[in-house]
Design a protein around this ligand. Structure first.
Ligand code: ADP
Length: 630
């Protein structure tokens, strides 16, 4: 019998398989089972269309058998089988699957990548076998053929006996070595485990004769080993079922088992889409963040299945970063089992799926927000930061997709509110969204600037995370309402008369205010009277794009170039201190310098900012005490 050579490309791939150092050789079983399932599909659909074959769906099976002593693992199907020509062309040539196209240079690292993520079909059998026999009889043919190969040397094809149509793949499993345990592929429990792991949702039963120990009939303590045929796969995946066929408990236990969370999910999204892209998805929105969620180690992604066969454990391209918390899977017929990772990234179909999923997740989150506010808030406490990053990330390209999902605590009962909620209850005539920054809501509440604004009946959003102010600055406005930092900007809440009075006060006190600025030095831009305070004497305001809070955040980032806010010291025009300063200045121009320093220090302390000169301030205060005690 003449030994034939593999086509050049196939030989390359084969060499790669035989010499593979890849550690997850186990995927060969997934590949062979998928081929068997495809072969059955072909015959089954054929039988549906010609109707004459008299085959029932229940007749189709994939059988696995193990002969430990003979080191044989056999995978049999009663699918369409292959003719002699097909054996030659299908198993002698591998050109269809994109994997080789992708793998042009023999880079070991990439080997691992393709094998791991997508498998390489039939040839992966050579990762675990030193010889492979394929006996096949095509549907409607009377002859059967045996294909045999020990790998690189080529293959032979000869006639053989086979009773029914279909294919037997017979693997002669390699001997174990010091580094590699091949014996395990001859163990029933390994096979069971691998079928569950990779092929649980193959549509046809995968059966195996399993040895189990059972109580002997009639006996209470005597066991015997019996062989029974078991079906190893559960066949219909939960996501392929209709929603009304799956109970809440089933969804939850699937989630806990697969995605390792002991909490219930905040929301289950089960969807089947047909149209531009056809897919089913089962997505879970968790309630709590995994311990590594806000670290670089966290990997986002959904499991990717192609017609019930898992092809990728974590496909990152299915989720935008701002939804990186979502867990779950997508199953689509539109994706080929052997698509390479690189091609997948550019896959048009995958992009369409990702886009449609993103919309779905967003609308489900909005629904959760209205239907079950408490759960949404629980979810939001875990992942709100990520959503806010989504607004701000990449200069805000995605801000409109996320802006309705974010929330802030507000002065109104200190509860979380969304921006649309805030807007819906704005005071008449209010055209801005007020916010203030600080370490905690309580501390913000104590800021001098918030008092009067709240007193006038305005709601204030309290920003306590570093990202908050950056996020709203990226947004700029919502529905034409601008975000305004009440500590930084001109709120324009005064009446014309109040404005006029303030202007007069600032004009007449001009020289004194300049003197105060001079005493404090370059740390402030200027000193002025304000109407924005109620009981407090002073506060700090910033002018320009960088607020005092932002300066604090930027300051904590270790770089050489410190960004400074342009700070203004504001003095409550209606506080007794204002008149005191003016009268002191009138009697002695130099007397206001020390007061200026102390007032500035007070304002910094209230803002939670450090003092550059604590000793000087302490001495000044003490002098004042001693002076006034006299
Ligand atoms: P792929 O499945 O990606 O096409 P494979 O190398 O796994 O690549 O298989 C090559 C071809 O061999 C298949 O496309 C199919 O036509 C044929 N084949 C493989 N296994 C079987 C089988 N069990 N029954 C019938 N045909 C098969």
């Amino acid at each position: 019998m003449r030994t034939k050579q593999f086509k050049a490309e196939s030989k390359k791939l084969l060499d790669m398989m035989i010499n593979s150092i890849y550690t997850h050789k186990e995927i060969f079983l997934r590949e062979l089972i998928s081929n068997a399932s495809d072969a059955i599909d072909k015959l089954y659909y054929h039988s549906l269309s010609d109707g004459a074959s008299g085959l029932n769906r229940s007749d189709f099976k994939i059988r696995i058998s193990v002969d430990k002593d003979g080191r044989i693992l056999k995978i049999s199907d009663n699918g369409c089988g292959m003719t002699k020509d097909e054996l030659e062309s299908n198993l002698g040539t591998i050109a269809k699957s994109g994997s080789l196209e992708f793998k042009k240079d023999n880079d070991k690292k990439e080997d691992v990548d393709i094998i791991g993520q997508f498998g390489v079909g039939f040839y992966s059998a050579f990762m675990v076998s030193d010889a492979v026999t394929v006996e096949s009889r095509a549907y409607g043919q009377s002859e059967a053929y045996r294909w045999f190969s020990k790998g690189a040397d080529g293959y032979t094809v000869e006639p053989c006996e086979k009773e029914d149509c279909g294919t037997d793949i017979v693997l002669h499993i390699k001997e174990s070595t010091e580094d590699e345990d091949y014996d395990t592929f001859l163990e029933q429990y390994t096979i069971k485990h691998l079928v569950k792991k990779y092929s649980d949702y193959i549509r046809y039963p995968i059966i195996m004769d399993c040895e189990t120990r059972k109580l002997k009939e009639g006996s209470e303590d005597e066991y015997e080993t019996v062989t029974e045929t078991q079906t190893l796969n559960s066949m219909v995946p939960i996501w392929k079922k209709n929603k009304n066929e799956v109970t809440e408990d089933e969804y939850i236990s699937f989630y806990r088992e697969k995605y390792m969370d002991y909490e219930k999910p905040a929301r289950v999204i089960h969807t089947k889409v047909e149209g531009q892209a056809t897919y089913s998805a089962l997505i879970y929105i968790p309630k709590q963040a995994p311990f590594d969620y806000y670290t670089r180690e966290y990997e986002k992604g959904l499991q990717l299945y192609s017609s019930g066969v898992m092809i990728m454990e974590k496909c990152p391209d299915l989720l935008p970063d701002y939804f990186s918390f979502a867990k779950g899977l997508v199953d689509s017929e539109d994706l080929s089992l052997n698509i390479s990772r690189e091609m997948l990234q550019h896959d048009r179909q995958l992009k369409i799926i990702a886009k449609s999923l993103e919309k779905k997740i967003k609308s489900e989150l909005l629904k959760l927000m209205t239907e079950d506010r408490e759960t949404y808030e629980e979810f939001y406490r875990a992942f709100g930061m990520q959503l806010k990053f989504g607004v701000y990330d990449r200069y805000g390209v995605d801000k409109d997709k996320v802006k309705d999902l974010i929330m802030f605590v507000s002065s109104n009962e200190k509860k979380l509110v969304t921006i649309p909620e805030y807007i819906s209850r704005m005071k008449e005539g209010q055209d801005k969204i007020f916010y203030a920054c600080g370490e905690t809501a309580d501390k913000i509440e104590m800021l001098p600037q918030t008092e009067l604004v709240r007193d006038k009946g305005y709601e204030i959003l309290y920003f306590t995370e570093n990202v908050d102010e950056f996020a709203v600055q990226t947004m700029g406005e919502y529905d034409g309402k601008h975000f305004v930092n009440i500590c930084a900007d001109d709120l324009d809440l005064d009446t014309e008369e109040e404005k006029e009075q303030l202007k007069e006060k600032n004009d007449s006190g001009k020289d004194m205010l300049a003197k105060m600025k001079e005493a404090i030095g370059d740390s402030v831009q200027s000193v002025r009277f304000t109407n924005k305070l109620k009981n407090h004497p002073v506060c700090l305001t910033s002018e320009g794009a960088v607020s005092v809070e932002m300066e604090k955040v930027l300051d904590s980032i270790p770089t050489q170039n410190k960004v400074k806010a342009k700070i203004v010291l504001e003095i409550n025009a209606n506080h007794p201190i204002a008149d005191k300063l003016l009268s002191m200045y009138a009697s002695d121009e130099n007397s206001v310098g020390d007061y200026a320093k102390i007032l500035y220090a007070q304002a910094r302390l209230i803002e939670g900012m450090p003092l550059d000169n604590p000793t000087e301030i302490s001495n000044l205060v003490c002098d004042l005490m001693v002076g006034s005690a006299h």
